[in-house]
Design a protein around this ligand. Sequence first.
Ligand SMILES: Nc1ncnc2c1ncn2[C@@H]1O[C@H](COP(=O)(O)OP(=O)(O)O)[C@@H](O)[C@H]1O
Ligand SMILES: [Mg+2]
Length: 227
Amino acid sequence: MSIVTTSGLKKVYTVGDTTINAVNGLDLAIEKGEFLSIMGPSGSGKTTLLHLLGCLDVPTSGTVSIEGKETGDLKPTALASIRREKIGFIFQEFNLLPVLSAVENVELPLRYQKVKPAERRRRALEALAKVGLSERANNKPGQLSGGESQRVAIARALVTEPALVLADEPTGELDTTNTVRIMDLLRELNKQLDLTVAIVTHDPMVAERTRRIISIRDGKIESDKAA
Ligand SMILES: Nc1ncnc2c1ncn2[C@@H]1O[C@H](COP(=O)(O)OP(=O)(O)O)[C@@H](O)[C@H]1O
Ligand SMILES: [Mg+2]
């Protein structure tokens, strides 16, 4: 089953009298259980594409379908509920709230889903265990290393059991050792939980650890191959 498909997807930005075709006619299907990377140089449209796939942004033209359902006609509240229920996001800068402990950060998406406190805590601790950070549950982000912070962010992305995890340069702030650890962890979660993961990166070391590499340039697919 396709988790997400796009057809003729375009995103055009207009700045003054310049037009930027950030995503420029892109057809793509991501199947359940895939572990793939979207590679390309800076400015090639990776982040724009990821935001369109995750319903964080709306296309200028073309379509995005999530689990077979077209999203083009949906109202902002319906798009927000797709994001909340179906998608887990991981960012380069981790985006953890500094005043909350690790477990409270992981609980946040469940709060938005109005899950009750006791169940929220139980599921957040379970997600932290999956990323090997049970012993750091009560630490605040300032007390965690970059690698640990990203593992907390991965737990936060997993805790809602999303259909699709989208990661934007998830190892961009990490050294080589932690990059390899994070990639190994994502691959393990992909295998054990049948988690569908798409990782945007410009780092060949990250891409070569995935199972499929989609290269984009100027908002178009340049190549798409099994790795
Ligand atoms: N909000 C925006 N307004 C105007 N131009 C943008 C905006 N976001 C991205 N762009 C432009 O779109 C192109 C693709 O950007 P982006 O998707 O961020 O690429 P990447 O993530 O591959 O570096 C770039 O030329 C960028 O400058
Ligand atoms: Mg980017």
